[in-house]
Design a protein around this ligand. Structure first.
Ligand SMILES: O=C(O)CCC(=O)C(=O)O
Length: 272
């Protein structure tokens, strides 16, 4: 059992300052190989089409192939649920630590393939941000809403369509004056103050969803492959209503199952 990476004072400082952290070499080569092999086996799905308990559901017409509920797509995806490279960071930032509702929940998990011409328009930011994705540190504890992991399965450099962020925008009290057209579909690459997050395969970026972010234009040939797991407090619910199959819940370790289903449903006749 690999020891989980513990949050450091520098993690806290940078996460608070910028709204994101880059986790270098988070996932090892053998696990990456199995994840990429699983991607190779994805069938050619149409938007809306189901594959087992996963569904292709592209966020926009430009984001490319996005397989939602990908934790149902096999063991390599299950192993990401409580991955030691990030799980303790998420517990700290969005797990309601030291409260009566301590714990995590994964409210979305997506396998994403983006080809040439693809991008993800900018969204979020502290200005009028949803509580669901808010950044909060108060009284000595983090109380963030959704925090995301984007894990690179391919190297992501210039032209590859990097995740882009505006550092510090999770605390913005004003709207970005030029974000309008970009939010409606322009590529984020030229948005003032937007920065690409360059990743090697196996690296991950952790960020609070309230940070302004998106995906820059993919101009190179070939595919950008990433996996997105969105964590939040254990009392959350899935954004689109996906549920986890009985088979999956039954085979998970208790720790993983607790993250997917922190509050099992009860009804008349069920002991508490
Ligand atoms: O595709 C990306 O790099 C960014 C994804 C994104 O904006 C999101 O997951 O909300």
């Amino acid at each position: 059992m690999v020891e989980a990476r513990k949050p450091t004072p520098m993690d806290d400082f940078l996460f608070d300052l910028r709204g994101y952290l880059v986790l270098r070499q988070a996932v090892g080569a053998e696990h990456l190989r199995r994840l990429n092999a699983a991607f190779d086996e994805f069938p050619k799905l149409q938007p809306g089409q189901w594959w087992g308990n996963s569904q292709r559901r592209d966020y926009t017409e430009t984001t490319g192939f996005e397989l939602h509920n990908c934790v149902e797509a096999g063991t390599p995806f299950e192993e990401l649920i409580d991955h030691p490279a990030w799980i303790d960071l998420l517990r700290r930032y969005c797990g309601e630590q030291d409260s009566y509702v301590q714990g995590l929940f994964i409210d979305e998990c997506i396998a994403s393939i983006r080809g040439p011409g693809g991008h993800h328009p900018v969204h979020s930011g502290g200005w009028r941000g949803a509580v669901r994705g808010q950044y909060r540190f108060a009284n000595g504890v983090f109380r963030c809403g959704q925090c995301n992991i984007i894990l690179a399965l391919t190297d992501i450099g210039p032209g590859d369509g990097p995740t882009m962020v505006i550092p510090g925008s999770h605390k913005s009290n004003f709207p970005h004056p030029e974000a309008g057209n970009y939010a409606r579909g322009d590529v984020m690459d030229t948005l003032p103050e937007a920065e690409p997050v360059w990743l090697q395969k196996g690296d991950a970026v952790l960020f609070v969803d309230g940070l302004m972010h998106g995906g820059g234009a993919r101009t190179n040939a070939g595919e950008r492959r990433v996996i997105i797991y969105r964590y939040g407090p254990m009392w959350g619910s899935t954004r689109f209503g996906y549920t986890y199959s009985r088979e999956l819940l039954d085979r998970l370790t208790p720790e993983r199952r607790q993250i997917l289903q922190p509050v099992p449903p009860i009804g008349s006749g069920v002991d508490y």
